[in-house]
Design a protein around this ligand. Sequence first.
Ligand SMILES: NC(=O)C1=CN([C@@H]2O[C@H](COP(=O)(O)OP(=O)(O)OC[C@H]3O[C@@H](n4cnc5c(N)ncnc54)[C@H](O)[C@@H]3O)[C@@H](O)[C@H]2O)C=CC1
Ligand SMILES: CC(=O)C(=O)O
Ligand SMILES: [Mg+2]
Length: 374
Amino acid sequence: MIIGLPKEIKNNENRVALTPSGVSELKKYGHTIYVQASAGLGSGFKDTEYEAAGATILPAIEAVYAQAEMIVKVKEPIAPEYSMIKEDQLLFTYFHFASSEELTQAMIARKAICLAYETVEKNDRSLPLLIPMSEVAGRMAPQEGAKYLEKPMQGRGILLGGVPGVKPANVLILGGGVVGTQAAKIAAGLGAHVTIMDINLTRLRELDDIMPANVDTQMSNTYNIREAIKTADLIIGAVLIPGAKAPHLITRDMLKEMRPGTVMVDVAVDQGGCIETCKPTTHEDPIFVIDEVVHYCVANMPGAVPYTSTLALTNATLPYVIQVANKGWKGACLFNEELKRGLNVVKGEVVYKGVADAWNLKVTDVNEVLAAAL
Ligand SMILES: NC(=O)C1=CN([C@@H]2O[C@H](COP(=O)(O)OP(=O)(O)OC[C@H]3O[C@@H](n4cnc5c(N)ncnc54)[C@H](O)[C@@H]3O)[C@@H](O)[C@H]2O)C=CC1
Ligand SMILES: CC(=O)C(=O)O
Ligand SMILES: [Mg+2]
């Protein structure tokens, strides 16, 4: 297969979807890989390393899209890339369609095959291509929260861990999955008092068993959230309904219940956010303030730590990339249910229910689309 690796163009997105070692693995199976010049530089990989691994470097992004049967990326295509996408071209990347109607309509119009990292799902319901980046974003969330809690950054001016004789900060985490667990570990390690809320009682039991003494668990519901936000210093949004729009657990009217300088890090922003007032921000301009509450809503948090994130992401994606390259998208999706669940939009049809529901579109049975494509 001919594989294209473009350089990411989203703000401060320094990750890259294949490392030179990934290129050399793909070459073993006889695939051709075109890499856009400087695609890996932000993650510490030089063009010469990709060349040595067997890739061909192309100077312009247009040439990479023009040549490739499969584009492997990190983030969703953004407007300048739309017109480069060809009918029947396979795009394997994060899409988060439920947070962008524009992107959904653009991919329908381009008649591309959109295989979304975030909905590739194992039989045990885990999301193998989301987990590594959720681990990164979860560990970053208290770090970013601590920074914006500082007074000069518009926060309350409270130290997460407190000091002897002074209470630590209260951290409220909504969602006890991968992001929530990693965020709790780091916040608790810094000495904060942490509360994790989830609707899954089994998950709360597991967390209660493994978390240190300064982490409490509580059932997530509007009543409990309304109470907790009154004394929270840092709130981390970490809920997920796979592929679908996140529910708004914190509504606009709740902001006036919070103390001035409270910081909210809505990691779930890539699925639309679990805080009503959240809108996507960038690493260049990460926060905004409403009703004296600081909102941090960066949709590509791991992009800021590419040395960690690129390796973590490609450790997980490469085996799937190899499968798709070896069998083609149809063969790979028929062979492997995990990959089939990653199909979101195929040749103009929406095949993922959460995405169709988000934008009131018709959902087509993925098996019909696969059968028609054979
Ligand atoms: N902004 C960024 O850069 C990044 C964002 N993310 C996003 O973070 C979000 C969380 O991802 P993961 O932790 O991997 O998901 P996960 O599936 O591991 O965990 C989600 C948790 O939310 C819980 N939940 C669902 N509804 C809830 C409710 N009403 N109240 C409380 N909890 C509820 C679920 O029971 C589950 O335990 C996703 O939207 C993901 O895409 C992930 C990585 C990077
Ligand atoms: C998951 C995601 O949106 C990211 O890693 O940027
Ligand atoms: Mg207020």
